[in-house]
Each structure stands twice: as C-alpha cells, then as structure tokens.
Design a protein around this ligand. Structure first.
Ligand SMILES: *Cc1c(COP(=O)(O)O)cnc(C)c1O
Length: 346
C-alpha cells in the first residue's frame, strides 16, 4: 500500500491550522497566547489537541502505542475523517458488508462518495473473494464490523485476514462490541498490516455513550493524517478528564464486572427468548445485544412500545426480515421485557 497514492491530493498537500497549543508545548506559569479568559479554571483553557495524558492511559490498557491512537468525538468522527482523507467525492468509492452499522453509508452519502454493499452470507459471515469482487480501481476503503451490528456475530478471522492481505487500500475493522466477545482484538495485526484501521469506542462496554469518545488504532502515518485534518480541539476538557477517571484501576474493575454481568444476562435472555412461541430464531451473539427473528416483528415491537419497552425494529434491514434487535439490560429490565413477551397470545 502506498499512502501517498491513496490519499486525496488536497489532503496530501494540506498545511494544517496551527493552534496556540501546537506552537508552544510544555509548562509555563503565565499563558497569554490563546486569547483565553483568565477566569473559570479549568474550562477557560483550550484542551490538549492531541490528548496525550488520556492516550497514555488508553495505550496501557489497549497495548497500542500512543503514536498509533487517534481520539475522536465518538467513532463517528473517525468514520467521517477517513472518508475526507481518502475518498474524492464523485470519484472514489468504498465497499462495506451488508447489513451493518448505518453510519458508513450515511457518511459516504454526506461526502458524496460511492457506497458498494456486499451482502453477507446466510451465516452473516464474509467470503473474502466476494468482498474483493465488490471493489474496483476507485475503491479506497473496505468497511468491516466485527462483532457486527445488527447481526451480533464476529466475522470469520481467516476471511478478514485475506481481505487485509489482498486489498491495497484501507481496511477498517469496527470493534465497537469487542469487549463482549471472546475473540481478541485485531490490534495485534497493526504491525503486520499498515492498511488496517481499528475502531473502538467508550460508548458500549465502557458505559460512556453520553461523553462521546471514540478511538482509531492504525499506523503512525494514518494517525498523522487524521490528526492533520481533525478540528484542532476535537475532544473537550470535560470528556478528557471524565474518561481519564474512567480508566483508573478500580473503575476498570467495575467495567469488567459490568461486562461479565451483561454476558451472563445475554445467555439467560437468549435461552428465555428461544422458549417463546413467537420467536423463530435467536442468532448467536458476541455483542451486548441479541438479534431475534419473530413471527410478526412489527406487531411485537408495537405492543412492547405500548408497554413502554423499546427495542429496535430491524425488520426492514437486508437478511433481517422480521428481526428485532434487543439490547441486554439489567436483570430487572430483561425480566420486564420477558414478562410482556410471555403475555402475548398466539
Ligand atoms: C454503537 C456503535 C459505534 C459507536 O459509535 P460512537 O460514535 O463511538 O458512539 C460504532 N460502531 C458501531 C458498529 C456501533 O454499533
């Protein structure tokens, strides 16, 4: 892969905005360089544009060097920046598995970039040669998501590695749900594959969706490009400080306990769902949600809404006819759902 050939020319040649915190790094006693207010500490100060303290903590937990980490305002920022870095509007395109997370397509549409979905097989899995068949000379990015949303399964590792070997552009593996899976992260392949970008997030297992922090792991060269084109102060002080606290040892233990409980509840909920007459199939899950095929998904969905229980209707999604996507909640929330479902008459 040649990054220079892959990048849009304007991005390759871009001279980035140089902010005050770029020009002077280090400690001083009087800061009169950024037109900040001297009052209302700490929010009066612009945040660290490269979030170094936070990245050092993330690096220790994820075993990825600081230089290979990008932080964004949710994973959605990294998704958008990858389009803007690599895909020339109206000229370039991307390939993505189908069905998958909706933001890859929306972001392609916003950036006026072609989107070429390749249908998963009936096991919701990929075949590398079919993914490659979906590409052409103008394909810059392949979007994979494992464990995948909304199908809940992890993709076949051998096939994913074939795509990484065969494709000469960027391969993104979105691991938003990796903490609920027994599989290892693909981050151990970063050295071997300079075209690999991994997305992770604090929105799911880390229980911080409201704070908005997403991670991208990739080669130094790709991370440098994302840093060059992001808003200078994309991660605010409150988010940086909040997640630094979340990464302290005792809180990490709490998060691990939450993950254990969610996986336990996932198994309970899957068994209970299988016992219901209107549930036709419960698909395997490596995530914190369950995809279930219903006899009349929309009917079930509407009854649950009336009972103030909201699940996600995925029945219009390809390969997901009559499917509901159910997030695993607390034992009480899951039992509230089950007790309403048991009342349904068929
Ligand atoms: C929930 C989810 C995310 C998280 O996005 P954020 O912007 O980090 O909240 C990313 N990818 C997938 C596939 C998801 O389902």
């Amino acid at each position: 892969m040649n990054l220079k050939e892959l990048l849009r020319e304007n991005i390759l040649n871009l001279k980035p905005y140089s902010c005050a915190r770029d020009e002077f790094k280090g400690q001083a006693s009087v800061y009169l360089d950024a037109n900040e207010s001297p009052y209302n500490s700490p929010c009066n100060r612009y945040p660290d544009p490269y979030q170094l303290k936070l990245k050092e903590q993330i690096s220790a937990i994820k075993h990825v060097p600081v230089s290979k980490i990008f932080l964004g305002n949710g994973s959605d920022e990294a998704i958008d920046l990858l389009y803007r870095a690599f895909c020339e509007p109206e000229v370039d395109n991307v390939v993505a598995i189908e069905p998958t997370y909706g933001m890859y397509r929306v972001s392609a549409d916003i950036n006026n970039v072609g989107y070429r979905p390749v249908m998963l097989n009936s096991d919701f899995d990929i075949e590398a040669y079919r993914i490659m068949d979906g590409t052409n000379a103008r394909t810059k990015i392949i979007w994979l998501c494992s464990p995948n949303n909304p199908t809940a399964n992890s993709l076949n590792t051998e096939e994913v590695l074939k795509v990484l070997r065969w494709f000469r552009g960027i391969v993104v593996i979105d691991e938003a749900y990796i903490d609920f899976s027994e599989r290892e992260s693909y981050s151990k392949y970063l050295k071997e594959y300079p075209n690999l970008v991994i997305l992770q997030t604090f929105s799911k297992a880390w229980a911080n969706a409201g704070v908005r922090l997403g991670m991208a792991f990739a080669s130094e060269e790709i991370i440098a490009v994302l840093n060059k084109i992001k808003y200078p102060y994309n991660i605010n002080i409150l988010t940086q400080e909040h997640i630094q606290k979340a990464l302290k040892k005792n809180n990490v233990a709490q998060v691990q306990e939450w993950i254990r409980q969610i996986k336990e509840q996932r198994a309970v909920l899957m068994e209970e769902l299988k016992s219901l007459p209107m549930v036709l199939e419960v698909y395997p899950s490596d995530a914190n949600f369950i995809l279930a095929k219903m006899d009349g998904a929309i009917h079930v969905y509407n009854i649950l809404v009336k009972k103030s229980i909201i699940v996600r209707d995925r029945s219009k999604v390809s390969l997901c006819d009559d499917c509901l996507r159910i997030t695993v909640g607390t034992p009480e929330e899951n039992q509230a759902l089950m007790s309403e479902l048991r009342k349904l008459r068929y």
